[in-house]
Design a protein around this ligand. Sequence first.
Ligand SMILES: Nc1ncnc2c1ncn2[C@@H]1O[C@H](COP(=O)(O)OP(=O)(O)O)[C@@H](O)[C@H]1O
Ligand SMILES: [Mg+2]
Length: 294
Amino acid sequence: MVEEQIEEKIAIEIPETEETKSQEMGEELLNKIVQCLVSNGKLIIVAINGHGKSNAMKHILRFLINSQEYKNGRYRIRITDTTDVWRWSYDSIPFIDITKTQKVPSEEKALLLDLGFSDSDANTRIIENLLRYDWIEQRENINKNQGQIQTYRITAIEEMQNVLGSYGLNGKSGKFFLKVVSEGRNLGIFILGTSQRFADLSTKFVERTRYFLLGAVSGSNDIQKIKAMMFSDQARKVIDCLLGLKRGEFLFLDKERPEEGSFIIYFPLFNPIGKPWEYNEKVPTKIEARRAFL
Ligand SMILES: Nc1ncnc2c1ncn2[C@@H]1O[C@H](COP(=O)(O)OP(=O)(O)O)[C@@H](O)[C@H]1O
Ligand SMILES: [Mg+2]
């Protein structure tokens, strides 16, 4: 009888501890992902439509928003969405509809920007402008603080192939984006992006990115891109791994240390806490001026 009770207890306890352990591991790995984003300045989530990229990005951004650094004002987060999805399905942060006002408040620590233009060039220009402000303000702040970065600015870009497409970093118009991609990290400017296909992303961007979250990928084009990123036997393993992933599961890939630095992480269905609220622009009563970065 006593033995039976002990056995029962063990049977109940083991799964509980295991679950806690794997949850703790999940948190630890999420922390690692965030640290990688901050150390390399870029993280790209690539998977086919419906795999859970936006869902994963929501978890990563919530993790950042819940961090002590965020509370201390170390992170400033801008989320750009062209699909009107986030405003109905994210946590309670302010949002602005950029088609109504192009003035982006700078004091908000986290802000959701709805880029509702059907013209993707217009959306690209808005993001470019935001990053130009970031660039200039970060430089000024860093100079004021004797070379110290006080605040990290994170721009989350949904479906970034629309902004930095295959040709997005070429030519004159792409010069600035390329600068952000190559040197933004030194100024504390970070980019977190999602994309459905590797093949749609600028090679220059992919080359300069060390960390990826990969879900199911589509087509031979993307397989070729993965093969081009690393040694062929490693690429083979990565591709095999991706074939077995289900919705919500991602392979975190450290391109430079694929064997030691990679793991699989599962993001459960995101459960929003509250909902985004429309930021109320204070109507200016005085003459105002601001810099134009042309
Ligand atoms: N782990 C999960 N479990 C259940 N449903 C999920 C999970 N992750 C995402 N979803 C749901 O699947 C759908 C697609 O997810 P989404 O993040 O929009 O994919 P993507 O951005 O890759 O197209 C959404 O309805 C989302 O809520
Ligand atoms: Mg999405």
